[in-house]
Design a protein around this ligand. Structure first.
Ligand code: ADP
Ligand code: MG
Length: 356
């Protein structure tokens, strides 16, 4: 479906090649994961697959990319939308109108679809992406994961055969990321939609992908089924590192697979006296409530941290992590409860006193 032939590409006013003699094909119905270090050329390669390179970026383009037989040098990205759809990192940068439904309709209008066909496709698309219950919602009331699903829906309204996504989960919390990735897996398995996915955290997707392409310095340095690529160690997940070090075979892709091996080794973690908190209570939060824009963001939060302790603060997007940190350093004031740092109220103490 996508045919990249000896592609080399250099951005305008740039010394080095971002893509250096790459040849590959993407087949119908495939699920391809593109991996590799930052700057390796992943984004540039997918931009070339949808015609943004060279049409939008300019630069020096050599070789040939064909999408469903159409040469991207003579076909504008708009003329490829019925074959390939593209979803970028940041869902907010992609939306044009306010409401979920309008966003999808807008995408179809742009392609010049007839109104009766548009209505039918809108229903089908909302259904396929599981957005029916959110159809009238304003986009700014949706979570990041829901926003990315809307972005996917508006691209799918053109009924492409292939969906190309450049780090679509990088701005999402783990749960929203999982929501988006399992949607991709379902679209691939149920509808036969080909997926080309650039993703940084490989452990989230290696179990879904049929094939993994690894890019480095503008070239393809590995290409194969994910288990083989991880076994070769061209790229690694936290689990594949452990598995290779302990010679687990076949190499496990998921934690569930890994657990079978883990049972056979002694996984008891020795007690580390040096990480046990022994110091005095340093941060003390009691029953703190913080309101922002009329919403109570922190509701009766109580916790303490001791000197020398390392605390990880985790939670979904919008759960209040940043608000809690801002409250601790005195940028926000609780309307109820209290918090002290080294016995001081950070709203009253000077920055210098807290920094000590
Ligand atoms: P990746 O997505 O794997 O991080 P990129 O395709 O973004 O890699 O980058 C490949 C090379 O192209 C890098 O050297 C990068 O600096 C360069 N590059 C990427 N985007 C642009 C751009 N818009 N203009 C100029 N150079 C760019
Ligand atoms: Mg990139």
């Amino acid at each position: 479906m996508i045919d990249v032939e000896r592609l080399s590409y250099t951005y305008p006013r740039s010394a080095g090649r971002a893509i250096d003699d790459v040849t590959l094909t993407i087949d119908d119905g495939d699920f391809v994961l593109i991996a590799g270090d930052s700057g390796g050329g992943k984004s540039t390669l997918v931009r070339a697959m949808i015609g943004l390179v060279p049409h939008f970026y300019g630069g020096a383009f050599d070789g040939r990319v064909r999408v469903a037989g159409r040469d991207t040098r003579t076909n504008h990205p708009r003329d490829l939308a019925d074959v390939v759809g593209f979803v970028a990192q940041d869902p907010e940068s992609q939306s044009v109108v306010d409401r979920v439904e309008d966003e999808i309709v807008f995408a179809m209008e742009n392609l010049g679809a007839d109104p009766p066909i548009m209505r039918k496709r809108l229903e089908e698309t909302l259904d396929a992406i599981g957005l029916t219950s959110l159809r009238s919602r304003r986009l700014d009331t949706l979570s990041g994961g829901e926003r990315q699903r809307v972005a996917i829906a508006s691209v799918l309204a053109a009924q492409p055969k292939c969906l190309i996504l450049d780090e679509p989960t990088s701005q999402l919390d783990p749960q929203s990321a999982e929501e988006v990735l399992s949607l991709l897996q379902r679209l691939n398995a149920d509808l036969g939609l080909a997926i080309v996915l650039v993703e940084h955290r490989l452990e989230r997707v290696v179990q879904y992908a049929h094939r993994m392409i690894v890019m480095r310095e503008g070239t393809v340095v590995d290409d194969g089924v994910p288990r083989d690529v991880l076994q070769r160690g061209t790229v690694a997940t936290p689990l594949s590192r452990v598995a290779r070090a302990l010679s687990w075979e076949p190499l496990p892709l998921t934690l569930r697979e890994g657990r079978t091996f883990a049972r056979t080794i002694n996984t008891r973690i020795p007690h580390r006296a040096d990480i046990a908190p022994t110091g005095d209570v340093f941060i003390d939060v009691k029953d703190a409530g913080v309101t922002r824009g009329g919403n109570e963001v922190l509701k009766r939060v109580t916790f303490a941290a001791r000197a020398g302790e390392t605390v990880a603060l985790v939670g979904r997007n919008g759960s209040g992590k940043t608000t809690l940190l801002r409250t601790l350093v005195g940028l926000l004031k609780p309307h109820r409860g209290r918090r002290t740092i080294a016995g001081m109220d950070p709203s009253k103490a000077s920055v210098e006193a807290i920094a000590k």
